[in-house]
Design a protein around this ligand. Structure first.
Ligand code: GAR
Length: 189
């Protein structure tokens, strides 16, 4: 199988990055991670880039035209899919239009519920009975692109923001690779 060249965008811990790296070492997994981009110089997730010798770039988002720089780096490396994995910066419409290829994101709620930030806090406050995670295409509206996969679990009375985060992320680490496999079964690009 010829793997597609992928770039993962991160801002923080990188636990989803780690699960994608591990899965991508499997011959039958459809992507190879050729580049990691972080908008935070001290993102913990960069340690996975170093550990697995994957090229990484730290982007200074205070600089004008930083997205052009990202697009150049991505095109130099022939990247054909971007996976946002805890990248806490919104991509511009222009970036999405110019990349032209799939951009995926993972979000810690059952979209379209709880788009945006502070997800767990709002889920607890709203006394939801069920939650989970969603992998979706990125379009120009926040957390609104076509959904590829959702997984859910029941919220217990004893759950709090911390326990929800732990349970959701365990689910995310399975869901992101599964969504990528599902995507490649259905489309050719
Ligand atoms: C993940 O839980 C992801 O769903 C969330 O950030 C976390 C990153 O964790 N993303 C968003 O909230 C995007 N709106 P990680 O760095 O350990 O993968």
């Amino acid at each position: 199988m010829v793997k597609k060249r992928a770039c993962i965008f991160i801002s923080g811990k990188g636990s989803n990055l780690n699960s994608l790296i591990k899965r991508s070492r499997d011959n039958s997994f459809p992507i190879k991670i050729n580049l990691i981009i972080s908008n935070k110089v001290n993102a913990e997730g960069l340690n996975y880039a170093k550990k697995f010798s994957i090229p990484f770039i730290i982007i200074d988002t205070s600089k004008k035209n930083y997205e052009i720089k990202i697009l150049n780096e991505i095109s130099k490396r022939n990247i054909s899919i971007i996976c946002l994995a805890g990248y806490m910066k919104i991509l511009s419409k222009r970036f999405i239009r110019q990349f032209k290829r799939p951009i995926l994101n993972i979000h810690p709620s059952l979209l379209p519920k709880f788009k945006g930030i502070n997800t767990y806090k709002r889920i607890i406050e709203k006394k939801e009975r069920i939650t989970g995670c969603t992998v979706h295409f990125v379009n120009e509206y926040l957390d609104s692109g076509k959904i590829i996969l959702k997984k859910s679990f029941e919220i217990k009375d004893s759950d709090n923001e911390r326990s929800l985060k732990i349970k959701t992320q365990i689910m995310e680490h399975k869901s992101y690779p599964e969504a990528i496999i599902r995507l490649f079964k259905n489309i050719n690009f």
